[in-house]
Design a protein around this ligand. Structure first.
Ligand code: BG6
Length: 509
């Protein structure tokens, strides 16, 4: 925790926001997309909400030949374009006081010495107290080099009872189980486990944290949250965008490694886990690892998994190229831009209930949701024609956009005859709350500065997730190639057939 805790603040008092103590953030890969679109704006939004200390400092580290002023201009433009909260000159003026740029390569010892002296300078000028988090927003192949350089130059040293140094590591954490373990070994040689924060930005989303509130703060849902009532669960993360300028990262990685290994399996864990003893990081991770450890892969990976690749098509009225025609993509690439898999969970609560996970680029629209689909009533006193239009009851957690929860059930159509049709009951964040939700990265950066690890996956979760995905990736590697689907549609027909074999169909979100 921060060195300066105020004895007059009661941590239980909700009127007092959680404010970071004296600290700073160093971003490696500061010229990248993530930094411009998410990290720098999130830092500003935190400052604007008064959640950063007055002397908060931001150091950018990159190869570009920039002066501090050039960097400040880049941060300024990124904030103006992408911040969630309104731009206020006085907030900006305060923030810019602590902005510094360090130019160099990751091999460059001189640059790391400059980084060190910049940190000392900021400690003196801004009162950052030696507390710095190092955010590795760089391609994974550079992770080892950067952490080793931090060690070599004495930048990762924790001072007993004094200042802290933390590492924040962007996904993907490895590309399979073995590489994740190796990466972890390297990082832990430099930073102690409690100072390593692995980012899965889905956990920073309000709607994802709300899964815990929905399930464990209410009595309504938990009694039916099991195999006696639930028919199956569908977890969808659909995007309308293609790969944009990310060919270098995406090709060879694919949809399953990019988002199923992390975001979707985390959603599955939160949906399926047992109630934790508390909301402390250890208690949460214990339940998440238990349920991830109980995940069972289908026997026939050829039938119960589907991968796809988008072809040329129309997206929102615009003609778009196929994946193989995108800039920087090998025209023979077998990388998946769509993946659907069926998983089961071997425990008393979920035995026999399939969890279908799907994700894709260039799908019909951008939507992430978890749909818990219930069984049909065991007996219907209505005649068949009365319930012809009745579907299965469902509870849908709308992660984004239109954040909220929908319950779908049957209701009598007003009139003289008995006819039951699906209706829905809706909770929308926009209608129930006046404040808009913070961006995931605001929450996560603040938590890093506070040393709060609840919303960060632990190594064991990452390992278990790779253990689930590795056999699927290996199967795909040696069997066939992705099925093609036109951009702007809902994926390959093979994915519809996969569910049809189980007598089910994908929801059209
Ligand atoms: C990232 C993936 O983790 O999540 C991207 O690497 C994806 O491919 C992004 O586009 C989507 O995030 P969000 O918050 O818009 O759902």
């Amino acid at each position: 925790m921060s060195t300066s805790s105020n004895p007059l603040r009661d941590a239980q008092d909700r009127r007092l926001p959680r404010i970071a103590g004296p600290s700073g953030l160093v971003i490696f890969g500061v010229t990248g997309d993530l930094s411009r679109k998410k990290l720098m704006p999130a830092v500003y939004d935190l400052a604007n909400r008064g959640l950063l200390p007055p002397g908060f400092s931001l150091i950018g580290f990159a190869r570009r030949d920039w002066e501090n002023e050039d960097f400040a201009q880049i941060v300024h433009d990124a904030v103006k374009e992408h911040a969630r909260t309104p731009f206020r000159e006085e907030v900006w003026q305060q923030l810019v006081q602590g902005c510094r740029f360090v130019q160099g390569d990751f091999d460059d010892d001189v640059a790391f010495e400059t980084l060190k002296s910049t940190i000392h300078e900021l400690d003196a000028a801004q009162g950052t107290g030696g507390n710095f988090a190092f955010y590795l927003s760089v391609p994974p192949k550079f992770f080892p080099k950067v952490v080793q350089q931090l060690k070599k130059h004495g930048l990762a040293e924790q001072k007993k009872g004094g200042s802290w140094r933390r590492a924040v590591i962007e996904k993907p954490f490895g590309h399979d189980l073995a590489s994740a373990q190796e990466l972890n070994r390297i990082v832990h040689e430099v930073f102690p486990p409690e100072e390593v924060f692995r980012i899965d930005h889905y956990l920073g989303k309000e709607t994802v944290q709300n899964i815990l509130a929905l399930r464990f703060a209410n009595t309504l849902f938990e009694p039916i949250w099991n195999r006696s009532y639930v028919d199956h669960v569908q977890i969808t993360m659909a995007e309308d965008i293609g790969i944009g300028g990310r060919a270098g990262y995406y090709d060879g990685i694919g949809a399953a490694r990019d988002v199923i290994q992390n975001h979707l399996l985390q959603l599955l864990a939160l949906t399926a886990m047992e109630e934790p003893a508390s909301f402390e990081a250890d208690a949460l991770v214990a339940e998440k690892t238990k349920v991830l450890g109980a995940v069972r892969l289908p026997k026939d990976l050829g039938k119960e998994t589907v991968r796809g690749q988008y072809a040329h098509g129309w997206q929102g009225g615009e003609e778009v190229v196929g994946y193989l025609e995108e800039d920087g993509i090998d025209p023979a690439s077998k990388t998946d831009t769509y993946a659907a898999i069926k998983l089961e969970i071997d425990n008393r609560r979920w035995a026999g209930v399939p969890f279908y996970l799907r994700t894709g680029k260039r799908l019909g629209r951008r939507v992430t949701e978890i749909a818990v689909v219930f069984q049909r009533a065991p007996h219907s006193p209505f005649d068949h024609t009365a319930t012809e239009e009745l579907g299965q009851n469902a509870l849908v957690i709308r992660v984004q956009p239109d954040e909220g929860v929908t319950m779908r059930f049957g209701s009598k159509v007003p009139g003289t005859s008995m006819e039951v049709r699906d209706v829905s009951m809706d909770f929308a964040y926009g209608e129930s709350f006046t404040e808009s939700s913070p961006e995931a990265y605001e929450r996560l950066i603040l938590d890093v500065l506070l040393g709060d690890a609840n919303l960060f996956p632990r190594l064991r979760e990452v390992e278990l997730s790779w253990q689930i995905l590795d056999p699927i990736e290996q199967y795909w590697e040696s069997n066939g190639k992705p099925a093609s689907y036109p951009a702007g549609t809902w994926g390959p027909i093979e994915a519809d057939e996969m569910l049809a074999r189980d007598g089910r169909s994908w929801r059209r979100p």
